[in-house]
Design a binder for this molecule. Structure first.
Ligand code: SF4
Length: 348
């Protein structure tokens, strides 16, 4: 089988495509036309590429797929800010990705890195799907390309990517690494390193590796508890990598990269959202170059866990702030379209 179109171009293998076209009696410059249509003109079907004659279209349609993933179900939130897509993979598995448009101009795509997830966090819909396999770097990057092409048609671009969808990215390190390289390719999507964020539930050795390999890429850590006792009850990974080791690895990241680390903290009623926990978290993070992102819980039907009230979230936030910790409260987009990770795929 031929390399997919994207792989050849992203990896600067344009020459290989040209050679293949040439072998079939097709002029090499057709590869450039296709590339320009996809990445610069936002056209992702060969039929719409008016510069291509019929015999070229027939060849590429048959041999050079533009995407390695196929959209299956699409949902838009009522306010139009969130667009979630369930994609089918070549082996029939499904994954999901979300485009979020923020008022400050950020157009962020949240990508999946695995089919299902082995981490089994108690509050997460993906955790119930069971791990099936790692995604390839093409399958990861194509989630971004899909939305990027759509936005191009509107005269806009995807400018941020977060690895916060299905799966634990650092357990698929090699493919995630390659997908980041694709996204940063200046000739294609050209997403800046500083606009890419990889989120982990706390795989300590891989955080250390990430600190060495990606000094410009942002790291987010799903903390969700200020101590091992609570963390063990909601995140099984913490039994393998206790908080002390995790915080050491996080400090190493900030020291090496001089970049602020984001700690994600999902607000769960009566589990991790009390004043006591807020003070404990403030002590844990004292002196660190960090930001805490409080996440209102998107309640799922399968988990009998309740999200914290706005009042409790605000109190928690004030305690952290009064201790000198930088805090944001995540804007909850798209609750009406099952935007919590794994919800759409689970329905499928
Ligand atoms: S929160 Fe992330 S790491 Fe935990 S089960 Fe869900 S997808 Fe996996």
């Amino acid at each position: 089988m031929l390399y997919s179109y994207q792989q050849q171009h992203y990896m600067k293998f344009l020459g290989i495509v040209k050679k293949q076209l040439k072998e079939h009696g097709i002029a090499e410059y057709r590869a450039n036309q296709i590339f320009k249509d996809v990445f610069h003109n936002g056209i992702d079907t060969y039929d719409e590429m008016t510069t291509l004659p019929a015999y070229v279209k027939d060849f590429v349609k048959e041999n050079v797929p533009i995407y390695s993933i196929v959209p299956h179900t699409e949902n838009n939130s009522d306010n139009g800010n969130t667009h979630k897509v369930l994609f089918t993979l070549e082996d029939g598995n499904t994954i999901e990705a979300v485009l979020m448009r923020f008022e400050d101009g950020r157009n962020t795509v949240c990508v999946s890195s695995q089919v299902g997830c082995a981490m089994n966090c108690r509050f997460c819909a993906t955790g119930t799907l069971k791990f099936k396999r790692n995604l390839t770097y093409e399958e990861i990057a194509d989630q971004v390309l899909y939305f990027a092409v759509k936005m191009k048609k509107e005269g806009q671009r995807v400018n941020h990517v977060v690895y916060m969808g299905m799966g634990e990215p650092l357990l698929n390190y090699k493919q995630v690494e390659k997908s980041i390289d694709l996204l940063r390719d200046k000739t294609a999507l050209h997403i800046g390193s500083r606009n890419i964020t990889v989120s982990t539930c706390g795989i300590v050795p891989e955080i250390k590796r990430f600190s060495n390999d990606f000094q410009q890429v942002n790291l987010a850590v799903s903390l969700h508890a200020p101590n091992d006792r609570i963390r063990n009850t909601i995140m099984p990974v913490s039994k393998q990598f206790p908080l002390e080791n995790l915080m050491d690895a996080c400090r190493e990241y900030t020291e090496k990269t001089h970049r602020r680390i984001t700690f994600e903290y999902v607000m769960l009623h009566d589990i991790n959202d009390g004043e006591k926990e807020a003070h404990e978290l403030a002590r844990l993070l004292r002196g660190m170059l960090c930001l805490v992102n409080l996440i209102p819980y998107n309640e799922t039907a399968i988990k009998k866990i309740q999200g914290s009230s706005s009042k409790r979230i605000n109190t928690f936030k004030s305690i952290l702030e009064s201790n000198g910790i930088q805090v944001t409260k995540r804007v909850s987009l798209g609750q009406d379209i099952d935007a919590a990770c794994g919800q759409l795929a689970r329905k499928q």
